[in-house]
Design a protein around this ligand. Structure first.
Ligand SMILES: Cc1ncc(C[n+]2csc(CCOP(=O)(O)OP(=O)(O)O)c2C)c(N)n1
Length: 357
């Protein structure tokens, strides 16, 4: 049993809902696709769950009728907005969160804690919670309406929605870009058997590092989305030579990490490589809709030493990495990349053993 996704969205529109403020989760992939396909509800991709909540609060206070959709891991990011804005000012709108499960031995350790504690976290925020009814669509809509008028969060379980494909005009075409594996294989060749510490992000980069960079010194950060640069900065401040392999959704989530690290650029040896596939590959490939961003200028404005051209080829990547690795500092590289076939997640023993000292 699953809710008919398109009908669910149609009914929400009839109820007057106007925008979906989203940080993607694979559990919500079909609702997200349906919203992107639909002309009568606006899809607002947000850099973090905190931002999604604040945007929705502004929309609601100004008379619109937004809905927020996030992953359970991101409910933590909303804490400040909930406790210091939504609760004290009595602002309400539906917040739909997936509930990621965890079973022993799963390397997605980011979900282990909230797999049992999510309802308690919601309760600690002063919210009620309700599990989205997937048996009866009208009950489901009534639940959303309750969340619109009270501090109640709606929990979405796996497989709650029927499949919806993105319309052709919304599909991303990354075929002209070099697949990320080629760059990772090059990094493996250059840095195998060195003590350079590689940090992979929550997204697919860490998974692909496991497949294509078997011989480098890797930390697979299976969670803490947005924290890769800051984690790398801390390690570099403590004396490590670090390369962070970032993603375009990861880059924007806690962008203040760049302004913090930038202050210490002369003391450290850290390179941030932004592997930009224009999408959230690991949660279903949703477009990040960030073509308005100039990543290089953002990094430069935060104090990083940037390579001023976006890297489009393996040849220029290889040459630039050689140049960068011979100098100290806080360096930034923007690389456009395409998709590879799905790669397996690093097993839990590998993820846990990748802790660095
Ligand atoms: C706080 C938080 N919010 C959302 C997620 C779900 N999530 C995991 S990876 C990801 C997207 C990563 O995209 P990007 O950084 O561009 O890397 P890619 O997967 O495309 O390589 C999202 C939204 C999460 N793990 N944590």
């Amino acid at each position: 049993m699953a809710l008919d996704t398109n009908l669910f969205l149609d009914k929400l529109i009839v109820q007057g809902y106007t925008q979906l403020c989203v940080v993607p989760c694979s559990f919500a992939k079909d609702v997200i696709n349906a919203a992107i396909n639909h002309e009568n509800i606006e899809y607002i991709p947000c850099a973090s769950e905190a931002i999604a909540c604040s945007v929705a609060a502004g929309l609601k206070m100004a008379g619109a009728k937004p809905i927020v959709i996030v992953q359970s891991s991101g409910v933590t990011n909303m804490g400040s907005c909930i406790t210091s804005l939504l609760k004290p000012y009595g602002v309400t709108f539906p917040i739909l969160t997936s509930w990621r499960t965890y079973s022993e031995g799963d390397s997605e350790i980011q979900h282990q804690h909230l797999a049992t504690e999510l309802p308690k976290l919601i309760e600690a925020y002063g919210y009620e919670n309700v599990i989205l009814d997937i048996e009866n669509i009208d009950t489901a809509i009534s639940q959303i309406d309750v969340c619109d008028t009270s501090h109640t969060m709606c929990i979405i379980k796996k497989d709650s929605f029927t499949k919806v494909a993105l319309k052709d005009e919304h599909q991303l075409d990354l075929s002209s870009y070099v697949p990320r594996s080629k760059f990772l294989i090059d990094l493996n060749e250059k840095f195998k058997d060195t003590n350079t510490l590689f940090i992979g992000t929550t997204g697919n980069t860490a998974r692909e590092m496991y497949s294509f960079m078997q011989e480098t010194n890797n930390f697979y950060m299976a969670g803490n989305m947005g924290g890769a640069l800051s984690l790398g900065f801390g390690a570099a401040k403590a004396g490590k030579k670090v390369i962070v392999c970032g993603g375009d959704a990861e880059f924007v989530m806690h962008m203040g990490g760049f302004t913090t690290a930038g202050r210490y650029k002369d003391e450290i040896n850290l390179t941030y490589i932004l592997f930009d596939n224009e999408s959230n590959k690991s949660t279903g490939g949703q477009n990040t809709y960030q073509t308005h961003l100039d990543y290089i200028s953002i990094a430069e404005g935060s104090g990083l030493d940037v390579t001023s051209q976006t890297i489009m080829s393996l040849e220029s990547f290889s040459k630039t990495v050689d140049e960068l690795s011979s100098s100290k500092g806080l360096k930034f590289l923007h690389v456009k990349c395409g998709n590879d076939e799905e790669t397996p997640r690093p097993p839990i023993e590998v993820v846990r053993a990748s802790t660095f000292q």
